[in-house]
Design a binder for this molecule. Structure first.
Ligand code: ADP
Ligand code: MG
Ligand code: MG
Length: 252
């Protein structure tokens, strides 16, 4: 589903990703961990197509087609969800209205019929039920005055409604309380399916107490330096990242 090969990327003229390769298959949940500054969020931003992130070498395929030539909205229409695409507060714009516009824009780009209000409401009710969310979420303005936990719930709700093939969640390191972590984990677990894959980027092992990933990767110095099963996350919790650094040798 996602195939990243020898990816090199720079930010502000500085090379951050230095030959990153990673493959995610349908139905799999991958966790990407690594020390602060390793390049985890840079990878997320490159995959999102954010301005300022320059790919200098390597390739990314999504469902067999090159991803990097696509504009951000084309990536979304192709079935890629990036949680941090929609964290913005949009005062005065109703959450449901916003989501319907986003969903229908994607459907239109795919040549699918737009959902009318009845169809959309049906989908929204279905997702609220699956995620055990309260429908007050529908009536609020997008992220306006939301707590950290509410923003996370809303992000997962957006994910559920948009039904992407691959969801990339960048759980940035600060300010996520246990409530917010659980909201993310419960959402991911509820939305796992044989067709959908997740790439969960996190600095913290704790999130993986609630999401059991199929594969864990460690990103350090711009490369994947270790991949393994869930036990790798436990090893990192016990020993930190220093043993990974030791292993990188003098070049790193
Ligand atoms: P992580 O998410 O693993 O903590 P990041 O991808 O955020 O790491 O950052 C990797 C490196 O890239 C850091 O040295 C950071 O300072 C640098 N970096 C990331 N984004 C920018 C940017 N927009 N401008 C300048 N430097 C950046
Ligand atoms: Mg960081
Ligand atoms: Mg980060």
């Amino acid at each position: 589903m996602l195939k990243i090969t020898d990816l090199h990327a720079s930010v502000a003229g500085k090379e951050i990703l230095k030959g990153l390769s990673l493959e995610v298959k349908p139905g799999e949940v991958h966790a990407l961990m690594g020390p602060n500054g390793a390049g985890k969020s840079t990878l997320g931003n490159v995959l999102a197509g954010r301005a300022g992130y320059e790919v200098t070498a390597g390739s990314v395929e999504f469902e067999g087609a090159p991803l990097l030539d696509l504009a951000p909205e084309e990536r979304a229409a192709a079935g890629l969800f990036l949680a941090f695409q929609y964290p913005v507060e949009i005062p005065g714009v109703n959450n449901t209205y916003f989501l319907r516009a986003a969903l229908n824009a994607q459907r239109k780009a795919r040549g699918e019929a737009e959902l009318d209000s009845m169809q959309f409401l049906k989908r929204v009710r279905e997702k609220l039920a699956v995620l055990h969310l309260k429908d007050e979420l529908l009536h609020r303005a997008v992220n306006e005055g939301f707590s950290g936990g509410e923003k996370k719930r809303n992000e997962i709700f957006q994910l559920a409604v948009l039904e992407p093939k691959l969801a990339i969640l960048d759980e940035t390191d600060s300010g996520l309380d246990i409530d917010a972590l659980k909201a993310v984990a419960d959402g991911v677990n509820a939305l796992r399916s044989p067709e959908r894959a997740f790439l969960v980027i996190t600095h913290y092992q704790r999130l993986l107490d609630y999401i059991r990933p199929d594969v864990v990767h460690v990103l350090a110095e711009g490369r994947i330096v270790e991949s393994g099963g869930p036990e790798l996350a436990l090893e990192l919790e016990a020993h930190g990242y220093s043993w990974i650094r030791d292993r990188l040798g003098p070049e790193a």
